[in-house]
Unconditional design. Structure first.
Length: 318
């Protein structure tokens, strides 16, 4: 393995390594910081329900690398990093995860008051292309009072790449906790502020240990290569779709131009025919049908000049 290779902090396996060890105080500190920076939850204790990394199964099913947490108050928190995908389709998938987590808490006949809220945090390595916000919140909000009291699901999208825009607007020295965290995760081990916060220093120590483990490093790198292949496929698909769209637009423009030209020619033909009849009342006009636009222009000019019928018919070769 090339020692110069770096793994981004939003890599699924690496990120789970950061925050999933229930027996590691630094992991729990990172987990608590992420949850409290993104959601209104304030946690005295946290327990990761799926702390195993399972690298051997990672290649088969990447979804096992999300982090499922329960707080001391019983709320459930799912955390997932997402590096590719269309927001609209991803949102449907994440809603399904949340509703499934709600539904599995009780069975028929149970007291539904026991159901605990489910929070989902998606760290999305992309921009918010619609609203250009760092965090987009989706949940069940009362339409009249605009609050979420009693809501069972809360989804938080953190668009990591929005941090570059935020830094341009307010500077690195004025970042709040969530912005600082987003900057750190988006920039990874090469972040210029990694040693300026406790979170950054912890992530740097855990990253160095992760990179020393050959098995974990190889698994994470395999995923990165697969992610690049996926991005390349997206790029190829986008280029193909762009080419098809450009061709469709060109054909539509050609069809529109052809229709406009035909309409213009038809209008000229009707006008020339009307003018011809006003000058030659008893002459057959069938020869004036289905001519090209240039011929109608020439005939119109001859009619205006009071040219003879023989001279006019020479235009079409008669």
């Amino acid at each position: 393995m090339d020692e110069e290779i770096t793994i981004p902090f939003y890599n699924d396996l690496l990120f789970k390594y950061f925050i999933s060890d229930n027996d590691d105080k630094e992991s729990m500190y990172l987990l608590k910081t992420i949850i409290e920076s993104v959601t209104p939850l304030r946690c005295q204790a946290l327990y990761v329900m799926n702390s195993e990394l399972i690298p051997s199964r990672y290649k088969e099913k990447k979804a096992i690398l999300d982090v499922r947490v329960q707080t001391d108050e019983g709320e459930f928190v799912n955390i997932e990093v997402q590096s590719t995908g269309m927001f609209e389709s991803l949102h449907k998938r994440f809603q399904y995860y949340v509703f499934k987590n709600i539904a599995t808490q009780v069975h028929s006949g149970d007291d539904y008051r026991k159901i605990k809220p489910v929070y989902m945090i998606i760290l999305f390595n992309d921009e918010d292309r619609r609203h250009h916000e760092l965090v987009r919140i989706r949940g069940d909000c009362d339409e009249k009072y605009h609050d979420s009291d009693g809501s069972l699901y809360h989804i938080y999208y953190v668009f990591l790449k929005e941090i570059d825009r935020i830094i341009k607007e307010k500077g690195k020295e004025n970042l709040n906790d969530l912005e600082e965290l987003s900057y750190l995760i988006e920039k990874g081990s090469l972040c210029d502020r990694i040693n300026m916060t406790e979170v950054g220093r912890i992530m740097k120590r855990k990253y160095d240990r992760f990179m020393e483990d050959m098995n974990l490093r190889e698994e994470a790198w395999a995923y990165e290569k697969a992610r690049w292949d996926e991005l390349a496929r997206y790029d190829d698909m986008k280029k193909e779709l762009d080419a098809q769209l450009a061709e469709a637009k060109m054909k539509a423009a050609e069809a529109k131009a052809k229709a406009a030209a035909e309409a213009d020619t038809k209008a000229k033909a009707e006008f020339v025919l009307k003018l011809f009849k006003s000058k030659y009342l008893n002459e057959d006009t069938q020869w004036l049908e289905n001519l090209i636009e240039q011929q109608y222009d020439q005939i119109f000019k001859k009619l205006i000049e009071d040219a003879s019928l023989e001279e006019i018919k020479k235009i079409i070769g008669d």
